[in-house]
Design a protein around this ligand. Sequence first.
Ligand SMILES: NC(=O)c1ccc[n+]([C@@H]2O[C@H](COP(=O)([O-])OP(=O)(O)OC[C@H]3O[C@@H](n4cnc5c(N)ncnc54)[C@H](O)[C@@H]3O)[C@@H](O)[C@H]2O)c1
Ligand SMILES: O=C(O)C(=O)C[C@@H](O)[C@H](O)[C@H](O)COP(=O)(O)O
Ligand SMILES: [Zn+2]
Length: 346
Amino acid sequence: MISLLDDDFSALNEFLTELKPSQLIILADENTHEYCLPQLLVNLETEIPFEIIEIEAGEDLKTIETATHLWEILAEFKTDRNALVINLGGGVITDVGGFVASTYKRGIKFINIPTTLLGMCDASIGGKTGIDHAFLKNIIGTFSQPEKIFFYPKFLKTLPFEELRSGFAEMLKHGLIADEKHWKDLISVTELSADHLEMHINKSMQIKQNVVDIDFKEQNVRKTLNFGHTFGHAFESLFLKKENAIPHGEAVAMGMICETYLSFLQKYISAETSDQIIAALQFYFPYQDISHFSNEEITLLMLNDKKNDSGKIKFSLLETVGKGNFDIEVSEENVIKTLDFYRKLS
Ligand SMILES: NC(=O)c1ccc[n+]([C@@H]2O[C@H](COP(=O)([O-])OP(=O)(O)OC[C@H]3O[C@@H](n4cnc5c(N)ncnc54)[C@H](O)[C@@H]3O)[C@@H](O)[C@H]2O)c1
Ligand SMILES: O=C(O)C(=O)C[C@@H](O)[C@H](O)[C@H](O)COP(=O)(O)O
Ligand SMILES: [Zn+2]
């Protein structure tokens, strides 16, 4: 399913020769068009006709308007059911591109070529596709697996530091919920750079893939991958709404700080363990000002979280370092205590 690309992209060319799609649709955003597409095009050895679609970059483009625009372009290109969409980008491109492919003509094949650290370790894997709507994260989407994921770590060389750090947050999450050693290895990294993180990408990918292999449709253990996202998605939505978007991983890191503290309040982890995890997270992800968000608007967004059941917010928390749990109901009092705790970190 996941293949590493050499500099000549031979694995991609072999895959295309075998699949024989009728047409290739390469989807990129403005940055991956500039920094990643040339490397793909110079290596593409195929007679298959291809089209390139470029969209603007940013979470605010992960919308129904973008999906509609893409469906219309596919129809204009007379794209048929044997075509292949190549999503070349970060999580926004793989989410929206996967969604459009999985719904156009009731579904055409797609592959992901992630170009961000977050895309490589998380978003390109597992077949969750989707768009945001009314500032609710990924509220419309499908579970649809890409035919293949090809990753090329050298794409990370042009990735801005803030985006690298965002991907690092999801890697830390993988350690916290599934592998204590991965967590310890990551917090021992001396410098947040592509060179220092590259050796940890494989482990992080494997952790995600293993969880998805057990529970593709998120009925049970896949919910652990949502650790940090109940608060995190609410924060991300509110920053987006105030036109002050923060990277997804940054919001997840804030959410992991909150949900680590909540794991302590729920008596899963000790105060000492909670303090240690939070100190490590804060080292990379210092306090973000949430004083202008009310408790009501945060909890209102959390009430739309996809893990909820029968009107109850269900959290994925930490059982211990390296093991997540899920379907945890908590009191409103503990949610408010957690927000108070986060605000006091300022
Ligand atoms: N489907 C999933 O399982 C899953 C998992 C995690 C996150 N997500 C989603 O992924 C999105 C976040 O993805 P992301 O962090 O990759 O953000 P992104 O796709 O917005 O990319 C971040 C920025 O980096 C730029 N960029 C991408 N590759 C580059 C490169 N190689 N060099 C220079 N610039 C480059 C992009 O143009 C963009 O400006 C969110 O919408 C989140 O909800 C989905
Ligand atoms: O793949 C999953 O499952 C995850 O939860 C991974 C998350 O990092 C990712 O942000 C995902 O898109 C969140 O899913 P959602 O169902 O809460 O929208
Ligand atoms: Zn995430």
